[in-house]
Design a protein around this ligand. Structure first.
Ligand code: FAD
Length: 473
């Protein structure tokens, strides 16, 4: 028997209509579906770029729902209070949402679920953000995985749920509850420094994400294995910002990748593996949430990291003025596009934590503030992997040389010249865009001389290795 009381669908980081288990279930339940986005302390506490990007995503989702004859109700406040208000205003019988996995969301959602249930409301969470729930992947002895390859071997042949279609209809209530205006939330306030510049690089919403996946599978995945390391090429899916906000589901990417693999497209398996790196990051965050804040390997607590975020070397790193072209190009790509090529992320993280011997947390926090594809699990795993303090991490003594890396992965300097203006007669438009994206008070100009290295590559390497060799852990 269907229940005709409304279902509240609580949107968070699942900003799509297709392959949405909670939406599908809400539509099946029978009554009207009232979709809501709640701007609470967790969304308000996001860094500048992720918060701004979330606001854009919410706006786009609202439009998509309206095209379907539905709406997105916007409310601000503590999630439980808002949901209780909505239940009493609409007479809803159920609240559905897609599961999240970071400790703060888990704490909030657990409390919400218990409270709603005690009010007699059906409160239910669904999968969708991940293909493999973290607790369903176990080692032979029943523990969790700390190394990627066995994790991959465990999951690679599993059946992944086929993506669900977009519901043909989303039943609407006779009257809609009142909604806030998104503009009143000022989710882009901290991005005043250059939102217009970054906006040009955003791939917004479900339709755009699906189109990019189609293009990637048709034209790029074949060569992905080789191209994914070349930051000057359009050689990766570029879907991380959409995956981070659930504008596309990992299942949709996985099944597209599997089809490409069956068609014999060579890079498809590598693409599937990368999707599983994302799952691995969530697996680690679920089992060891301290990966977000503390050295995953506790013996690293004794390492003499430099941990002053205001140090001049750290500022040079943030501003893309270290004098090391690969590092500076990548840091400016971050500031202008809100994203950074994976090789760039590895290089800048290695340079900060090893050559500059700066705590990875300082880099992680800068990424938290600047990335539009910010993902709590992947960011923390990436930083701890780079620093050497994480699970399955690159060993500390393996220090990326950003000069030889540039020779190897940016032979014709396509990437460096796209992002660095100083010293060039006719700089690339994107290199110049950096000066529009940065805050005025940084006081940089494309006419400045390109700086000498703040820490020369060999000197930094030796300093880091000495500290590592003389460590007392
Ligand atoms: P593709 O190469 O097309 O890969 C497809 C998808 O697989 C990606 O969209 C992503 O969801 C996943 N993926 C690929 N590589 C990784 C990886 N190493 N770890 C986890 N998932 C991966 N990724 C984020 O999405 N958000 C972050 O905040 C983030 N921070 C990072 C910080 C550091 C220091 C490092 C080294 C890596 C970080 N990554 C992060 C991982 C990776 O750099 C990006 O996922 C990737 O560059 C996104 O580009 P793409 O979508 O074109 O990836």
């Amino acid at each position: 028997m269907t229940d005709t009381k409304p279902t509240i669908l609580w949107y968070r980081r699942d900003l799509r209509l297709s392959d949405h288990a909670a939406l599908t279930a809400a539509c099946k339940r029978g009554g009207p579906v009232i979709a809501v986005f709640i701007h609470d302390d967790l969304s308000d506490g996001l860094g500048a770029a992720p918060k701004w990007r979330l606001g854009l995503g919410v706006e786009e989702l609202a439009k998509t729902l309206e095209e379907k004859g539905s709406r997105l109700i916007l409310r601000r406040g503590a999630a439980l209070d808002v949901l209780r208000d909505l239940v009493s205003e609409t007479g809803a019988g159920a609240v559905y949402w897609s599961r999240l996995y970071d400790p703060d969301s888990i704490a909030r959602d657990t409390a919400v679920k218990e409270a709603l249930k005690s009010d007699g409301i059906e409160a239910k969470s669904f999968g969708g953000h991940l293909m493999f729930e973290p607790w369903t992947v176990e080692t032979g002895s029943g523990g969790f995985y700390k190394v990627f390859t066995p994790f991959w071997n465990n999951v690679k042949s599993r059946d992944v749920d086929a993506p669900l279609p977009t519901p043909a209809q989303i039943p609407a209530p006779d009257t809609w509850p009142q909604s806030d205006k998104l503009d009143d939330w000022h989710m882009g306030a901290a991005m005043n420094r250059g939102a217009d510049v970054v906006r040009r690089f955003v791939r917004l919403g479900e339709t755009a994400a699906q189109a990019r996946l189609g293009h990637f599978i048709a034209h790029i995945v074949q060569d992905y294995k080789a191209l994914r390391d070349i930051p000057g090429e359009d050689g990766t899916s570029n879907l991380s910002e959409n995956l981070a906000l659930g504008e596309i589901s990992p299942h949709q990417c996985w099944h597209a990748g599997q089809r490409a693999r069956h068609e014999g497209k060579q890079g498809a398996e590598t693409f599937l593996k990368e999707l599983v790196w994302r799952e691995f990051a969530y697996h680690l965050m679920h089992h060891t949430p301290r990966i977000l804040t503390d050295n995953w390997r506790e013996d690293w607590d004794a390492f003499p990291w430099q941990d002053d975020a205001r140090a001049s070397e750290v500022w040079a790193w943030k501003k893309g003025r270290t004098g090391i072209p690969f590092v500076d190009a990548a840091m400016r790509e971050l500031y202008v596009t809100g994203r950074m090529h994976n090789r760039g992320r590895m290089i800048v993280a290695s340079y900060l934590t090893k050559h500059l011997m700066t705590h990875w947390r300082i880099g992680l926090e800068w990424f938290n503030d600047c990335l539009i594809d910010w993902d709590p699990a992947s960011n923390a795993m990436g930083w701890q992997w780079s620093a050497g303090s994480g699970p399955d991490a690159t060993p500390y003594f393996r220090v990326f040389n950003p000069v030889t890396q540039l020779d190897k992965f940016d032979k014709n300097r396509q990437y460096a010249s796209r992002w660095i203006a100083e010293g060039r007669a006719s700089p690339h438009a994107d290199a110049l865009a950096f000066f529009d994206a940065m805050p005025r008070h940084w006081g940089l100009s494309p006419d400045d001389a390109y700086p000498d290295p703040v820490v020369p590559v060999d000197q930094g390497r030796h300093r880091a290795l000495d500290a590592y060799e003389n460590r007392d852990f």
